[in-house]
Design a protein around this ligand. Structure first.
Ligand SMILES: Nc1ncnc2c1ncn2[C@@H]1O[C@H](COP(=O)(O)OP(=O)(O)OP(=O)(O)O)[C@@H](O)[C@H]1O
Length: 239
């Protein structure tokens, strides 16, 4: 496997404000990373920095052999970055199928494969984006990102606010993506216990700094670490 993403001592934020301080990690092709931390610790800012939506101040940012810092935001999807933002941002007045095809690029993921992965979207293919439940919107946002055939998929709190049954359905799909698809995935979550079993490595942010970078399995088994950084080691998962 070759290296896909490398951050070295990255500082980033909004305007002059610095949110991320000295972040370093790397991922290989097909790798998976759980990006964890409590509210406001910088998880979304890290994804936004990769997508060019937050301001990169300093430090090396390499993706797929290129210096990402010099690639404008609009060119990053083309390079192979797929983003599913927390807000989902689906097009409300387009049908499910139009949402999926409007941004597609050739590759393994096509309409048929996306419908196989998300049978609910197939059932709803003629519905408008604004006629979907929250869970269906999340599926559509993920399906649309897959249609771009990214090398790295960024999922920002995909389970947020969804009913338990949908959460279980999405967790099974995310597991297929992280374990079988060959695509690399960064998964942002506040509920660490649900996603640590699905990812190879984990990065925990605390006020914009990395306080843990290592195997997800190690973090999963360490209640003390989970409690101190995430306050979730001994409490039941929220969903
Ligand atoms: N557009 C913005 N402009 C200025 N500051 C911002 C902006 N977005 C986020 N911030 C600040 O950056 C810090 C990190 O926020 P961020 O959204 O990255 O955290 P997070 O870990 O993703 O939290 P959450 O789980 O609530 O989404 C916070 O202090 C937040 O107020």
């Amino acid at each position: 496997m070759s290296e896909l993403l490398r951050l070295e001592n990255v500082f980033a934020g909004y305007g002059e404000a610095v949110v991320l301080e000295g972040i370093s990690f790397s991922m290989e092709e097909g790798d998976s990373l759980a990006l964890l931390g409590r509210n406001g610790m910088g998880k979304t800012t890290l994804l936004s920095t990769l997508m060019g939506a937050a301001r990169h101040h300093s430090g090396a940012l390499h993706f797929s052999g290129q210096d990402l810092a010099v690639v404008p935001a609009h060119g990053r999807a083309h390079l192979g970055l797929g983003w599913v933002p927390q807000e989902r941002d689906i097009f409300p007045s387009l049908t499910v199928e139009e949402n999926l095809t409007v941004v597609s690029r050739p590759g393994h993921w096509n309409l048929q494969r996306v419908y196989e992965m998300f049978p609910r979207l197939n059932e709803r293919r003629a519905n408008m984006g604004n006629q979907l439940s929250g869970g269906e919107q999340q599926m559509l946002a993920m399906g649309r990102a897959l249609m771009l055939n990214p090398k790295l998929l960024l999922l920002d709190e995909p389970l947020e606010g969804l009913a338990p049954l949908i959460v279980q359905e999405l967790l099974a799909i995310i597991q297929q993506l992280t374990e079988e698809s060959g695509m690399a995935v960064i998964l942002v979550e506040q509920h660490a216990r649900q996603i640590l079993p699905l990812t190879r490595q984990a990065l925990v942010l605390e006020r914009g700094r990395a306080v843990y970078l290592g195997e997800s399995a190690t973090l999963r088994d360490d209640r003390e670490l989970l409690d101190s950084w995430l306050a979730c080691g001994t409490t039941p998962a929220a969903h």
